[in-house]
Design a protein around this ligand. Sequence first.
Ligand code: URA
Length: 462
Amino acid sequence: MLLAGADDYPGWRDAARRLAASGVPADDVAWQTGGEPTDLLADPGLALPPEPGRALRVSRQFPELAETAILHRDPERFTLLYRLLLALQTQTRLLDDPADPLVRRVQLLAKAVRRDMHKMRAFLRFRQIDDQQGERYVAWFEPDHHVLRANAGFFVRRFGAMRWSILTPELSIHWDGEALREGPGADRAQAPGEDALEEMWHAYYAATFNPSRLNVAAMVKEMPRRYWKNLPETRLIAPLVAGAQAREVTMTAQVVAPEDRPTTLAALAQEAQSCRRCPLWQGTNGCVFGEGPGDARLMVVGEQPGDGEDKAQHPFVGPAGKLLDRALDEAGIDRATIYVTNAVKHFKYVQRGKRRLHQKPNSGEIDACRWWLGQEIGLIRPRSIVMLGATAIRGVTSRAGAVTALRGKPVDLTRDGFAGSSGVATFHPAYVLRLPEREAADEAFRHIVEDLRLAAQTDRRT
Ligand code: URA
């Protein structure tokens, strides 16, 4: 059976289902992947049987196990999985028997793949280069197994705001902020040392990018089609890298093992100063971390520091901060008792002459910064979390949500991983400041005060 690629789980699954339904024994099937055809392929006896009329028996764990194990480099994996699929037809509980040699072998394959995926997430290093469209982050990695496609979604979620490429000996994946594209592998002989990556990028990308190798199925899986609509063919050919020097800047996926996570707010704040999870740190005075007592029962989450906050390196000290202070006062809340932070911790702006104009953070930046917010919430365990505006709602819940739809009642944060905290959505103070009509601004301000009171009550009730 010819599969489209070394990690072609859907192809294997479809073929395996049909073969198994027709009772084809495992020894009669030779599995091959694209690019390594043999004479067997010419054998008419290997024609794929028709779709099975009846459903095959598989326990619920099998598809996930197979989808993972198939990424292993072991050339026997397709046969082993097919053997297991056949065995499951008569021994439905077989997967519950870890002593069974076949089950054990397949589980070991899956375990090695999971470890390899984790290694890639933890140890991959991006290096910043400049191409004609600006910054791009490029990483070279040599996975042990075929895990790059399966891991692409992770890097999109983690670094969605940046343009990046991951090059491996077998495959390369490129993200331009909207869509994933694939290219062939990079030459192992060109594997870069510390400073050779940019040079490699020049040689490699100019010579090898091949749009015909797009793997549509894998990409649709990782990235919904709606992100694909603006894919002009011309952009498939990436521009050559300008001759800029690679800067001594690296970005890491920063998967932090639980035992390595800072255990105090001070340590967390200090570590955040060297955050490279997204590019917003550039051109700022630093990371404006949250402030307040470590045992605060109420946490207020804003959008991001503004110009004044970046200069002062403290949250909510500018005009929006003054309005927040007034609302807290009216709600009877002492700011010294609460923890005030932001969904995004670096100031995002565009320079206009001498002025730095605020820019809204995008979802990739909010999601990248969510790691820090999650750690703050985890350490403080506030009873109540006030989300000021849509960015804070996304930061806390990792979903889009409108203030008007959510405000006025507690928001359950259990499925966001913050079971002990109750959310309260309200308007951002800057929104009030921007409203041209005095009456509308007064009304929005009153709503903020009411919502802060609601949060304080939730705090007292629990
Ligand atoms: N706006 C915010 O969202 N946060 C600040 O810290 C200041 C203004």
